[in-house]
Design a protein around this ligand. Sequence first.
Ligand code: NAD
Ligand code: UDP
Length: 343
Amino acid sequence: MSKIIKVLKLGSGIGQREPHQKRRRALVAGGAGFLGSHLCERLLRDGYDVVALDNFHTGKRYNLNTLLRDPRFTCIEHDIVDPLPAGLEVDEIYNLACPASPRHYQADPIHTFKTSVLGSLNLLELARRSNAKIFQASTSEIYGDPLVHPQPESYFGNVNTHGPRSCYDEGKRSAETLFFDYSRTYGLDIRVARIFNTYGRRMQPDDGRVVSNFIVQALRGEDLTVYGSGLQTRSFCYADDLIEGFIRLMNAPHAPAHPVNLGNPGEFTIMELATLVVGYTNSRSKIVHRPLPIDDPRQRKPDISFARDNLGWEPRINLAQGLAHTVDYFDTLLYGSRMITGA
Ligand code: NAD
Ligand code: UDP
């Protein structure tokens, strides 16, 4: 029997705790997405009851297949822009709900902005009512097209307020403001992670972000589409490393007084990434150039000194290892077979 519940009527008491229940309960908004589904898995392994909230905009029901076999997991189909289902009682809240790929967040920019602002407000109010600890998945997009390199948390960023990326960047910046205002005003225990480009299993083939695009193109023998010169840089973190960072930040005994960068400091040009992917897939694909999107940041590399020194966290999986896992995942997804990769 499916446990995905479509909330048609509020006030249904979904998520209420049984009187005898001792296990901690975590709510994961965006739990059917790429990172959210990995986080739900990890929380179940750590002994939590988990409630996922998702509107399935970019999240997929099949990401939840394994999770739904666990009686401690529930998923509620819900848009966090709307008032949350009544009666939810949780100890911890993770807010990952927001499309993360430029293709998806630009498709309905007003809804993307509402998701970050109204969605965060709804979850912060729930945290206040339940006295729950709350985590926000913020982003390196806070830094925009950065003029400081690498980016420490103290850098305020260089963001366009009115371009096609602004709905995401400014939405996430506003959400950070709300989180810190709730902390100062109501004493809420907040944790804010600034996540740099992350990739891995469960990305969708049509996600539109660079790692999935290149791998899918290479496996299909299509041209790899490098936007612009390909000399712009990104720092790519494997999903498993990132989830470990989430847990360490959430479980740290004291809330950091500022957002915390989580990402892999290894920095690569997009041309380097394309060349690596062609190599690991043994593909005959060519690399072609397409126009650079508006406001595409020229460089990105996290300064993770704070996470390293205070959470004892740093990524363990390098790009070669992470790409090998991800190529295997996409090969199985697309062709149902495993191929030998070069790393
Ligand atoms: P994703 O698109 O796979 O997951 C987002 C999930 O949120 C999806 O399941 C989607 O259906 C759901 N969602 C979107 N809007 C919603 C709404 N209004 N109500 C309820 N659910 C909603 O993206 P992801 O890569 O897993 O990213 C997860 C979070 O991490 C996002 O908040 C994103 O901004 C942040 N982040 C990700 C990266 C990255 O590289 N993956 C980098 C920086 C920040
Ligand atoms: N990019 C690219 N080809 C693609 C998709 C993306 O060259 O098929 C580039 C994009 O222009 C950007 C970088 O890769 O410079 C990372 O893009 P992505 O959308 O993955 O993440 P973001 O721009 O949000 O960092």
